[in-house]
Design a protein around this ligand. Sequence first.
Ligand SMILES: Nc1ncnc2c1ncn2[C@@H]1O[C@H](COP(=O)(O)OP(=O)(O)O)[C@@H](O)[C@H]1O
Ligand SMILES: [Mg+2]
Length: 294
Amino acid sequence: MVIFYSIINPAKDLSKATYSIQKGLASMERVDKILSADNPIKDPANPKPLAAFKSDISYRNVRFRYGSEWVIDDVSIDIPFGSTVALVGQSGSGKSTLADLLPRFYDVEEGQITIGGTDIRDFKVRDLRSLMGNVNQEAILFNDTFYNNITFGVEGATMEQVENAARVANAYDFIVASEQGFDTNIGDRGCKLSGGQRQRISIARAILKNPSILILDEATSALDTESERSVQEALDRLMRDRTTLVIAHRLSTIRNADLICVMHEGKIVERGTHDELIALGGYYKRLVDMQSVR
Ligand SMILES: Nc1ncnc2c1ncn2[C@@H]1O[C@H](COP(=O)(O)OP(=O)(O)O)[C@@H](O)[C@H]1O
Ligand SMILES: [Mg+2]
């Protein structure tokens, strides 16, 4: 009996161990699938140099689809260096997709996107993306300090530069007011912050990176009116002196753009400045009337 009883526990452990091994193997398989997934965005064999960006961006007859339906259908836009181009249109019209094609999150299916006359697929992906700063609807933050979240992706930033970026983004005051200042942890995906604060941290990051091309995709959509105003000021400062592609559902954000493109079902149906489009009395006018921003 004694021998029998002393065998039971080790035998149980043994079966538990095989169970854990099975579980581990299953996880490994899934992790391995992600690690070995093929990335369809490839670097070219002979990449062209892309040092300082001072050129125009141009979309030429671009078509793109996720499945069988064209999401972007024969779109051409010229974005001169230093100008601001705004995309407006109802949700699902393809604005985010069109912006995502520029940093090559996806590749165009037909047509091409060029920078200074060179197809963006001829540059190294890393070089291309280093030109760009992205501020999105959903700020991408990490469970880390304010400091590390702002300096993410920028090497060798000094404390002074970080503080400056925070000031321009209207984030300095609430950071300094927090318990440990810039060393305060912001929680998983910034959960200890309000939506407006999260957005301002991601704007501070973009300011620190100081990109030549700025992509703003509904950067103020999740904010209340008060924080929207301070975020908007930060964005206006950020947009000065650089090429900007801005997507906004609030027309107040885009009134001052050099060119406004109105998208509908993957096509650009109207383009011009705010005043021209109002005078035209089409889609844009209807959008403005609906939101009654004047
Ligand atoms: N990752 C995706 N996979 C499949 N379809 C998508 C994906 N992202 C967007 N779409 C579809 O593409 C269309 C355009 O989406 P999107 O560019 O996000 O529009 P917008 O930003 O103007 O609201 C929508 O019909 C949407 O359902
Ligand atoms: Mg969108």
